[in-house]
Structures are given as C-alpha cells and as structure tokens.
Design a protein around this ligand. Structure first.
Ligand code: FAD
Length: 548
C-alpha cells in the first residue's frame, strides 16, 4: 500500500476527481490502481476565495515496488506505515492482585480498556456517578444552581471531557499510532466514522455520553470492574529496608481497602483533595505552569465569514474555528484555547462557592455563538503571592482564590461574572448586553472583570484583544462578551514519573497518567497516555511473573 500526501483538490470536487488525482500523481493508468481509501482529509483556508481540500490517501497499486523506486526521493509517496495496534502483553493465569485504575476520564477509560483487552481484569474506581446520573447532576447546577461536589462537569464517568466539544486532535508526537487506536475504539463505541480521517475531528457532548457507556460495557464484558461513587481517599504505601516505596493498595472514602501492587493515577486536573493526600503521602510532585483568563463569545457567523468568506456554511467545512496567539510587551503570552465553534460556555466548577468557565458543543455545532478561552500563561513563580510556603500545590491556592473571586464578582449565585469587550478595554463596568447574548448557565452577572485576575494578566489580555482583532475582524467588537474565570486549563502540578517504566519517581507501582499528572492535555492525548500506561502496567506485571 502506498501513502500519498498533500493531494489538493477544490472544495466542491467530484468523487471521481480523487482517482484522477491519484493517477496523475503516480503517472499511471487506471489498471495500475486496485483501490484507495482516505487516511486524512483537511483543508487549507488561507485563501478564502479558493479553499482547497488536502488529502492523505492510501492507495493499493499493482506494482508497489516499481512505483516506490520511481518516487524514491519524493516525500509525498511513501509506503503506508503499519498503524494497527498490537498488544504488548497478555495477563498470566491466576493473577493475584488486579491492577487498579483511579478515575474514568479518557485516560482511565483507555488504561482500563486496554488492560481489560490484555486480560488483566482491572478495577476502575470513579468518585463520580455513572454518566446518565451525572448528566442530571451537572444540569442541576446549570439550571437550578445546585452544585454536586462529587458529580459535575469534572467528576463522573467519562471525566472532564464528557460535556465538551469533543475535539479529538492533538499535537503530541505519536510514533506508535496510539491516537488511531483511541479513534478506532471511539468509532466502535458509536462515534461517527469520519473522526478517523478528518483532520479536526470532534464528537460533541450528546454522542460522548452514549460512547462512554458502550466502552464501560466493553470493559465489563472483558472481565474488568467499574465502580462509581468510590472515591480513593488514600494510598497504601510500604517502604522496605532500602527505603524503596511500593504501592500496596488504595483506601476508599467508605473505608474499604483494595489490595494491589499496580495503581494507575488518572485523576484529572480537578482532584485537588486527592493531590493533597498524595503530597502528604510523600509522592513526588512539582508545581507546573498553566494558564488563566476568560472565555470569550462572538457570533459564530463572524468567525465563519472571516475564515471561509463566501464558502461559510459549506458542509465539508462546518463551523469555523480559530487559534490565536499574541506575545505582549510585559513578557506574557496570550492565546486562545479550547475553542468551541457553535457551542456554549459552561459552568465547570467542582467546588462550592467557586466559579469556573469552560466550553462545550454538540456534534452539529450549530449554536449561535463561538466561544474560546483567552488565557495568559503563568509560571510557578506567579503562584508565590497566593502561597509562599514553597509547596508544589501553590498553583491550586492561586486557582482557588481566583475561582472564589469570580463567584463573588458573579453575585454569589453561581452566575459567572461577565463584561463586554468594549467596556473591558475601556476599563468600565458593563451594565447591558449588546447583540451578543451570553450562553453560560445559570446566568451572567455584568460587572468589571479587572479585579478577577492578577494585573499582569488583565494588562496582557487588554493588549492582545486589539491584536486579535487585526487577525479576525470584529474579534474585539464592543459587544463580544468575556465571562470568567478560566483556571482549569491544565493541571497546576506534575506528578513526575520515570520515562522508561512510567512509574512515579519515588513510589513503585504508582503510574501517574493523563492530564492531572501533567502528561496530557485534551481528550485524545489523555486517551493515548492511558494506553501507554496500560502497557507499562502490563509489562511490569508480566516481568514480575517472569522473575518470580
Ligand atoms: P479527567 O477527564 O479529568 O478524568 C479524571 C477522573 O478521575 C474524573 O472522572 C474524576 O471524577 C476521577 N477522580 C478524581 N479523583 C478521584 C479519586 N480520588 N477517586 C476516584 N476517582 C477520582 N479536551 C479536548 O481534547 N477536546 C475538547 O473539546 C475538550 N473540551 C472540554 C470541555 C470541558 C467543559 C472540560 C471540563 C474539558 C474539556 N477538555 C477537552 C479537556 C479534557 O476533558 C481533558 O483534557 C481530559 O478529560 C483529561 O482526561 P483525564 O482522563 O486525564 O482526566
């Protein structure tokens, strides 16, 4: 099979144009081509009047060796790499202690699934509820201002990405094609097939709920066990005479202890209480950079027009997205993050008395507004005013303070504080909405956001918005809306692990993974990390068996 890259065709090309493009690219006639499939379809919208589709195609030819020799120096004609997933190990019979996975977000889900597929019958412990019940609890905050601290946007089956845009792309390097395994499993669980080949796949919230349930059923059918409302409150760690620390089990909030030598820690970035426990238990943690800011909303039509011109609304293009970055005079960088075309801003707190924003959409992405976080990168040195003890958890103190301030600015009712961009730039409180209506539920309380973030961040965002307006005309329109705060962009801590066996730097048998441990950012990369860690657990268990 040959892989042809960079095949460009007009947006509205006929189906037959693909076969013709293959023949033209390879300089062969129709009999030399047995068939082809689309590996990837993206688009180039830099010239709005002439948007092109860009294909990567896998082509079955009659004489592959001859064509490879003919195109030996051409990087766009290569053999198709083998991206089939193969398992690294198989569980031994009579395994004494099953591996435990803490958390059932995308990382825990894929760690659990791959361990189950290899026969290890993992136990997955999730503090939140099963996804249908969790959906009700999440809506209870959005509709009636009732926060369920153990069942919300952050906690519960499916993890943080369940009520999301379901964007499934990532810039991680993935030489072993784990991303393809993630996408393939998602399709088996009910995702649209196109996620395998479009360049920016997304699923949307509604479908994610069903997919997560289907994946759970699959894990259980393979002998895995999934337990909800089972918060892990402690780790059981044994230290031997040489000072080597080894996990021996976990303790649940109910007091129950589960004996195991292998624990995947897939906590996500919001399990602050659990991270505090790990710190107390002496697990090696360090503070890491993350970003803070606001969520901005514009009419989606503004973004579509700017990006696609007269092609706006074309079904192959869908709702347009954007990615912006601005380097500020004060040394900070401001960038757009987690852009949700045609979506809504959501209340994403997991702690009472705090307000956090994020974004989600449905598969159709046909809501009126586009939203994205506009955030400023911050470093551990920025955490000091919030916690000067030198603790690796200082970033959590910063997050909590900003989220409490947002709650206060929003009127203390779980409304998000909001401000029109025109007023934000002019430094005055907003009093009335313009044409853009905010989508955040339960509601938006208009105010002055200048005290919602540290001064350097406000200054940086004030500088960035006019710069973004030069890139997307209308981006800083006076009635676009900011709501806040965005504080959970990634984890404020890294739970460091060894590069080779993926175990904690100082605790054997503990496999920190996914976003909460600082090893992923987004659904796809968290799923990929889950697979990597499942393999590491499997290898660790099977080697123990071999050496025992
Ligand atoms: P999580 O998904 O956070 O899962 C961790 C799980 O661990 C949770 O279910 C939690 O309840 C559980 N847990 C924590 N502590 C314990 C404990 N002590 N005991 C038992 N269980 C515990 N990413 C994208 O790529 N695309 C998007 O479109 C996108 N949109 C998003 C929209 C929203 C509203 C949010 C909140 C996030 C979005 N993200 C998106 C980010 C994405 O969801 C995360 O990157 C991803 O979910 C991280 O996966 P994870 O498995 O590492 O952690």
């Amino acid at each position: 099979m040959l892989r042809l890259t960079d095949i460009k065709l007009p947006l509205d090309h006929a189906e037959e144009a693909l076969a013709a493009a293959i023949r033209a690219r390879l300089h062969v006639g129709a009999p030399a081509i047995r068939g082809y499939s689309v590996f990837r379809r993206g688009y180039d919208a830099r010239k709005r009047g002439a948007i092109q589709l860009i294909y990567t195609l896998d082509v079955d030819v009659t004489d592959e060796a001859k064509l490879l020799a003919r195109f030996a120096g051409d990087p766009h004609v290569r053999p198709t790499p083998d991206s089939e997933y193969s398992y690294v190990a198989k569980a031994p019979a009579g395994l004494e202690h099953r591996p435990v996975v803490i958390g059932m977000g995308p990382c825990g889900l894929f760690a659990g699934l791959v361990l189950a597929q290899m026969g290890f019958k993992p136990i997955i412990l999730e503090r939140g509820k099963a996804v249908r019940e969790r959906t009700k609890d999440t809506w209870d905050l959005w509709r009636k201002r009732n926060l369920h601290p153990e069942s919300n946007v952050q906690f519960g089956e499916g993890g943080a990405g369940t009520f999301s845009d379901g964007k499934l792309y990532s810039q991680i390097s993935d030489p072993r094609h784990y991303g393809r395994k993630v996408l393939t499993e998602f399709v088996k669980a009910g995702a649209p097939e196109e996620i395998i080949y479009v360049s920016k796949p997304h699923i949307g919230t509604f479908r994610l709920v069903t997919m997560v349930e289907n994946m759970r059923n699959n894990i259980e059918a393979l002998g895995g066990e999934v337990r909800f409302e089972q918060r892990v409150d402690d780790l059981l760690v044994e230290t031997d005479a040489q000072g080597v620390r080894q996990v021996r089990g976990v303790m649940l909030a109910s007091g129950e202890q589960i004996r195991t030598d292998h624990v995947v820690l897939a906590l996500g970035h919001s399990a602050r209480d659990t991270v505090e426990v790990l710190h107390k238990r002496g697990v090696y943690l360090e503070a890491k950079p993350f970003s803070i800011g606001f969520r901005v909303e514009h009419p989606q039509s503004l973004i579509d027009r700017d990006r696609f011109g007269s092609q706006a609304g074309h079904p192959l293009l869908g709702a347009a997205d954007y990615k912006l970055v601005h380097h500020c005079r004060n040394g900070r960088s401001v960038y757009s993050f987690c852009m949700c075309p045609g979506g809504t801003v959501v209340a994403a707190t997991s702690e009472p008395g705090r307000v956090v924003t994020n974004g989600m959409s449905q598969y159709s992405r046909n809501e009126r507004n586009a939203n994205a976080a506009i955030v400023v990168g911050i470093e551990p040195s920025d955490f000091v005013p919030y916690d000067d003890s030198g603790s690796p958890l200082a970033g959590i103190a910063l997050q909590r303070q900003l989220e409490s301030r947002a709650f206060e600015l929003g009127g203390g009712t779980y409304d998000a504080p909001g401000q029109l961009i025109g007023d934000f730039l002019a430094g005055r409180a907003s009093t009335a909405f313009g044409e853009v209506q905010p989508s955040y539920k339960p509601g938006v309380h208009l105010t002055d956001l200048s005290s919602a973030l540290p001064d350097y961040a406000i200054e940086a965002i004030r500088e960035a918005m006019p710069a973004f307006d030069r890139k997307i005309k209308g981006f800083a329109r006076p009635d676009a809306i900011f709501t806040g705060v965005e504080t959970r962009t990634s984890s404020p801590v890294r739970i460091r692990r060894n590069d080779d066996d993926l175990q904690s730097l100082n605790t054997r048998g503990l496999f920190p993974a996914g976003e909460g441990a600082g090893y992923a950012g987004g659904i796809l990369s968290a799923g990929v990390d889950g697979i990597r860690v499942a393999e590491a657990v499997a290898l660790s268990i099977t080697q123990q068996e071999v050496h025992a």
